[in-house]
Design a protein around this ligand. Structure first.
Ligand SMILES: NC(=O)c1ccc[n+]([C@@H]2O[C@H](COP(=O)([O-])OP(=O)(O)OC[C@H]3O[C@@H](n4cnc5c(N)ncnc54)[C@H](OP(=O)(O)O)[C@@H]3O)[C@@H](O)[C@H]2O)c1
Length: 430
């Protein structure tokens, strides 16, 4: 039996998939238990692809999907036409492998419904953290455990920028320029630096980890554009570093034992001793906590043509094998249907750095605002200068809304000259 494959897209990832399919044809066939045949490659501009067999190229993606193929590999990206093409493929019983995080984070439920209707597979390991095997471990290896938290660095561009700001002390804008020059940031870096890419990945991770439908719109999102050298310096002084984290948590929902999920993406200070602190440059890492397994860490290359193609090919072998033996991989698991908790109710911790007047009574005025909002202080450090002083406060965990209101009120105190830095703190005891 031979499995016929339609490739949609042949860019950074697709070209590597095509290359590996060709170079490893023999091994892949042995692993699948049947031949793999590339039936066609849909692109927008055929003349831009001199390195692939020209007879396979087509601009008619819909025609290719409708032709006699068993598996559709989608590496076009974006919502349309990918959504329509993949829905049509799944409804026709063709299994789908995709790297498209934006599509999965918005339309996973519809795509899984289409897959279920015709008994097809929908695999998307490459959509989160590139080469790192993460979704399959969550979906299959940890299927018998109870995952409580998934926290990770899932965007290489922002991790590169924050790592560079940490080591050089430079500002965000100049570090972004350098990242663009070196090819670590796209010409339009919005999806990365504003946290949209990480939010899509967080939605996918939370959906799988907590057996609950979570879309990108459910994810609280802050990017890195407001991170200042003062924030970076404040973190360093306290033995911490700043990372853009995707955090998916199982949380209490009221006092009756009910649960909810909280999913957020924002920069946070973590201790330099935390395993995620050592993840530099464009690498990704995800820390998973489960009741029985304890803590697990997944680390590796989160993007790039060849690392991402590795994940695509792993899925391709899995769905092709399922076709050969006549089975199906796991479908959507959303039975828990937990509610999503808004950020205002999520317990977080803040680091707050203030410029204050250097005189008696300042600390008690500031502390009174914390008490008024029922936010307790974990550590405080005051350092006098000539006419003013710096005051650094790290809180215990409290609802995010209470912490925000506390900061707003403190900013208006006459003794506070400036709120120098406000940053959430993660990765240590609450
Ligand atoms: N790049 C990475 O490191 C990475 C990592 C993880 C996941 N991903 C995901 O992988 C997917 C592909 O990313 P990429 O970086 O490979 O993108 P890319 O380099 O921009 O390639 C996109 C490909 O899709 C083709 N295409 C675009 N619109 C099309 C249409 N309407 N019909 C047919 N073909 C069309 C393009 O054709 P032309 O070449 O002819 O224009 C191009 O070959 C995205 O979902 C992305 O999020 C990428």
């Amino acid at each position: 039996m031979s499995i016929r494959i339609a490739m949609l897209g042949c860019g950074t990832v697709g070209a590597e998939v095509v290359r590996l399919l060709h170079e490893q044809a023999g091994d892949l066939a042995a692993r699948v238990g049947g031949g793999i045949e590339l039936a066609g490659i849909a692109v927008r501009r055929p003349n831009r692809h001199p390195d692939v067999p020209q007879e396979l190229l087509t601009t008619d993606a819909a025609g290719l999907v409708a032709s006699d193929v068993d598996v559709v590999v989608e590496v076009i990206g974006g919502i349309e036409p990918a959504r329509t093409l993949l829905t049509d493929a799944l409804r026709a019983g063709k299994s789908v492998v995709t790297a498209n995080k934006a599509l999965l984070a918005e339309h996973a439920a519809d795509l899984f419904a289409a897959a279920d209707s015709a008994g097809a597979d929908l695999y998307f390991e490459a959509a989160v953290a590139g080469a790192i095997p993460l979704l399959r471990p969550l979906r299959e290896s940890l299927a018998g455990d109870r995952i409580t938290r998934v926290m990770g660095i899932v965007n290489g561009t922002t991790n590169y920028i924050l790592s560079a700001m940490d080591s050089s002390g430079a500002g965000y804008a100049e570090t972004l320029d350098e990242a663009s020059r070196l090819g670590y940031a796209e010409a339009d870096p919005t999806a990365d630096v504003d946290g949209y890419d990480a939010a899509s990945k967080a939605a996918i991770l939370a959906s799988i980890a907590f057996h609950t439908r979570v879309t990108a719109a459910d994810v609280y999102r802050e990017g890195i554009t407001a991170v200042t050298p003062a924030d970076v310096a404040a973190a360093r002084t306290l033995g911490r570093t700043i990372k853009l984290l995707a955090i998916c948590e199982r949380v209490a929902n009221g006092d009756d034992g009910a649960e909810a999920v909280a999913v957020r993406v924002h920069p946070a200070m973590i201790p330099r001793t935390h395993p995620l602190a050592g993840v530099g440059g464009a690498f990704n890492a995800v820390f998973v906590e489960a009741d029985a397994a304890g803590s697990l860490m997944f680390y590796g290359q989160g993007a790039g043509g060849s690392p991402t193609a590795s994940a695509v090919l792993g899925d391709l072998v899995a769905v092709a094998r399922n076709k050969v033996v006549g089975g199906r991989g796991p479908g959507e698991s959303s039975y828990a249907a937990l509610p999503v908790q808004p950020i205002s109710q999520v317990d977080t911790r803040y680091h707050i750095s203030l410029d204050v007047a250097d005189r008696a009574g300042v600390l008690s005025a500031v502390a009174a605002v914390f008490a008024e909002h029922d936010v307790s202080i974990a550590a405080v450090r005051q350092q006098g200068r000539s006419t003013d002083a710096s005051l650094v406060i790290v809180t215990h965990s409290a609802p995010d809304a209470a912490l925000r209101s506390t900061v707003d009120k403190i900013a208006g105190l006459p003794v506070v000259h400036e709120v120098v830095s406000v940053m959430r703190v993660e990765g240590e005891e609450q």
